[in-house]
Design a protein around this ligand. Structure first.
Ligand SMILES: Cc1ncc(COP(=O)(O)O)c(C=O)c1O
Length: 409
């Protein structure tokens, strides 16, 4: 038998940044029986509106006419009534938008890919927090940027220092975007304060770059006062979403179901028109039937009901994890106290490696989590880990944290 073909020489340069991580390999071990997993970070299927979705699919196919459109190709900007619903809903998020400001995407993950494609020339700089959402790093990295770190909570760098670093890295290269998850971030669970949001907008204003605001967990606030979206703050200052530098990414994945793959971008019409061209070239349109079903699932107050249910469902899980951490964690370990979302971020004592701990945690304690280094663009974060409480039940959370803490002791 001849050897399998070596594909490596055929790949474009951009594929170099697309290697499977060591962590993904470790996470395969999760399929072992008896593991309590804090790794996933995915919605609890107990919340999926399966019955309502089944009815909505049946309705979308009920007549020949319905089926003819539900199963057909459609316009790349998305299903009109859903865009209208979202534009209207954006007002409750502090942004007056019209349907022309909205494009429907296959989840916000596709939005991140499209924005990387539209905004990043190889060598350009993308500003991200460290840590940040791994999926954003994966999406942007295909467009070969360099990264630099923003710390909206500590204004310790001038705008010039970012531009100079970008120019030094590659001739003609510029800082091209800033990306942030302001509410209950993946992976830290932290929320940017109002003043940190203003700091970030000021920095972006000084650099004259777009800000990508990823609001994946925004609706899942358990407590504490609402903080205005970056786009809402910016629109209040500049007067209209068409003038705003903020590109708002929304998704129904955490409040309805990720399987329908429906998210959206709310931004200036000019930007949306360019994104429509990218959508056309990429996959023409999001599944029409899924958009219709999503519209059914969220309209007439139903999204608010799903959100209320999700908050009530995840809050006790967060409480159980925080209580178990407080009761059992040895000193020297610090963790975040999220007011919503799915994640708690732990800083282990210096020198303790999250990746080595994961190997032992799976073998000896039958507990899994994600080592923090995966979320850093610069290879740091070795001594941190991300715990997600979204999937296990409260008693599994308590048991899992207890097992983890006995390892750390
Ligand atoms: C911060 C953040 N952004 C975006 C996504 C992608 O979500 P979706 O593509 O399902 O909308 C996720 C998923 O976990 C996430 O955590």
């Amino acid at each position: 038998m001849t050897a399998a073909r070596d594909w490596e020489p055929a790949y474009a340069r951009r594929a170099e940044g697309m290697k499977a991580s060591e962590i993904r390999e470790l996470l395969k071990l999760l399929e072992q029986p008896g593991i309590i997993s804090f790794a996933g970070g995915i919605p609890d299927p107990a919340l999926f509106p399966a019955q309502a979705a089944s009815t909505a699919y049946a309705e979308a196919l009920a007549s020949e006419g319905d089926a003819a459109t539900a199963l057909q190709y459609s316009v790349s900007e998305g299903y009109g009534p859903l865009r209208e619903w979202i534009a209207h809903d954006m007002a409750s998020r502090g942004v007056q938008a019209s349907p022309e400001n909205i494009i429907i995407t296959a989840g916000s993950q596709q939005a991140l890919d499209f924005l990387g494609k539209l905004l990043l020339t190889p060598g350009d700089t993308a500003l991200v927090t460290a840590p940040t959402y791994l999926g954003a790093l994966q999406a942007f990295s295909a467009y070969e940027p360099r990264y630099d770190t923003i710390r909206p909570d500590q204004t310790n760098r001038t705008p010039d220092s970012y531009s100079q670093a970008a120019q030094k890295a590659a001739t003609g290269a510029r800082v091209k975007l800033a990306y942030a998850v302001p509410d209950f971030a993946n992976p830290t669970g932290e929320t940017l304060s109002r003043s940190a949001r203003t700091t970030l907008l000021d920095l972006a204003g000084n650099l004259d770059i777009p800000v990508i605001e990823d609001t994946a967990y925004h609706a899942l606030r358990f407590e504490g006062p609402h903080i205005a979206a970056l786009q809402a703050i910016d629109v209040a200052l500049c007067g209209a979403v068409d003038k705003s530098r903020v590109v708002y990414l929304g998704t129904f994945s955490k409040t309805v179901a990720p399987g329908l793959r429906i998210g959206w971008i709310c931004a200036s019409r000019a930007l949306v028109r360019r994104l429509v061209l990218i959508k056309q070239a990429s996959d023409l349109n999001v599944s029409v039937i899924n958009q219709r079903v999503m519209h059914q699932l969220v309209s007439d107050g139903r999204h608010a009901e799903l959100i209320a249910r999700a908050r009530a469902h995840y809050r006790p899980k967060r409480d159980a994890m925080l209580a178990a951490l407080k009761a059992h964690m040895p000193s020297g370990v610090n963790w975040t106290k999220p007011e919503g979302g799915f994640f708690i971020w732990l800083k282990l004592p210096t020198g303790v490696s999250g990746a080595s701990l994961l190997k032992r945690a799976i073998d000896e304690a039958k507990v899994a989590f994600v080592p923090g280094a995966a979320f850093f663009h610069d290879g740091s974060g070795e001594n941190s880990i991300r715990l997600s409480y979204s999937l296990p039940n409260t008693s599994e959370i308590t048991t899992g944290v207890r097992r983890l803490t006995s390892l750390l002791r």
